[in-house]
Each structure stands twice: as structure tokens, then as C-alpha cells.
Design a protein around this ligand. Sequence first.
Ligand SMILES: CC(C)(COP(=O)(O)OP(=O)(O)OC[C@H]1O[C@@H](n2cnc3c(N)ncnc32)[C@H](O)[C@@H]1OP(=O)(O)O)[C@@H](O)C(=O)NCCC(=O)NCCS
Length: 168
Amino acid sequence: MRLPFFSEKARDFTIAAMTADHAPMLASLHREDFVRPWTDGEFQALISQDTVFGFVALETGNARAGPVGFVLARAAADEGEILTIAVARSHRRHGLGWQLMDAALRELYGQRAEALFLEVDETNQPALGLYRRLGFREVGRRPGYYDRPGTRTGGGKSAALVMRRDLR
Ligand SMILES: CC(C)(COP(=O)(O)OP(=O)(O)OC[C@H]1O[C@@H](n2cnc3c(N)ncnc32)[C@H](O)[C@@H]1OP(=O)(O)O)[C@@H](O)C(=O)NCCC(=O)NCCS
């Protein structure tokens, strides 16, 4: 299974396997968008787990500049789970989210997983757009799961949608 190149712009970037060295940059990218950002140490601990794998988007020929996007996933038994994905604001809408998800889907397909799951805030239109376009469908809903940005103490909540993409 190989999805076509989504955007010409994405050719300027290389998708590579994530390593623990990427952790500080991942934490910094994660902080841009998530109400509860993960620390450098949390990323390192996750990456060191046998069942966890990830991919980063690096500017082609300039890997030192660090990742501009990443996806982190877990494989368990015959299922996979997306733990998190983010693309730098300055690099969105160029197909990098698609390329990163494609890499995760291919890895899991190679590991003979049957399906890939993820959870997404029902108000997150960019992520929902990406996942729907990749063939994910809604299989569950957890009401009041996420704190809305800026409402960490104000009680604003939104539901998590559980989505599934069959791999076989
Ligand atoms: C979700 C995210 C990873 C998408 O990354 P991206 O590199 O911009 O996505 P792509 O350029 O590969 O987009 C692929 C498709 O996804 C959908 N999509 C992406 N951004 C979208 C937006 N702002 N609104 C609607 N659909 C969108 C579109 O179908 C798009 O195709 P198109 O550009 O031809 O319309 C990015 O917006 C992001 O990092 N968001 C913050 C972190 C986050 O919310 N992560 C998800 C947690 S579950």
C-alpha cells in the first residue's frame, strides 16, 4: 500500500524514522498546539518503548534544522494507535500531515496490523479533515474528554471521537 505524493511541496521534505534525539524538538512542536503539552522526557520515554514508533518530517538535505512535523504511534497485537501528530504552523497544508500518516499506515501494514485507531477532538477540523480523507471513520465518542484551548480552568470541554481505519 502506498499513497500517492499528496503535494509537490511535500517533496522538499523527507519522512524519516523518529529517534530519541528528536525529543526536544517534538516537545516544542507539541507545545504549539496542545492544552497539555508533553515534555521532552515524556517523548523520550515513549520513543524508548518497543511498541512505540514514529516518523518526522525533515527538510531534505538539512536534517540538522530539526523536524517540522511528526507522528507517534503504538502497535499492539494486531492493532495500531496514533498517539499524537503535529505539523509546525508555518508548514501546514503542504501535505506533510498526509505524508506522516502514510508512513505510519505503511509501517503498521508491514507489521500485519488489522486496523489503526486514533482519538480526536470533535472540534479539530484540520485533523478531522485529514483523517476522513485518509479513510478513517468514526466508531465511538467520549463526551467531555478534552479541555478546550484557553479553558484549562474554566470547564470548557469537547468530545473525543474515536476513529478507525481498516488496514486489511
Ligand atoms: C492536523 C495536522 C497534523 C494536519 O497537518 P497538515 O500538514 O497541515 O495536513 P496536510 O497538508 O497533509 O492536509 C491533508 C488534508 O487534510 C485536510 N486538512 C488539513 N488541514 C485542514 C484544515 N485546516 N481544514 C480542513 N481540512 C484540513 C485536508 O483534506 C487536506 O487536504 P487539502 O489541503 O487538499 O484540502 C495539522 O493541522 C496540525 O498539526 N494540527 C495541530 C495538531 C493537531 O491537531 N493534531 C491532531 C491531534 S488528533
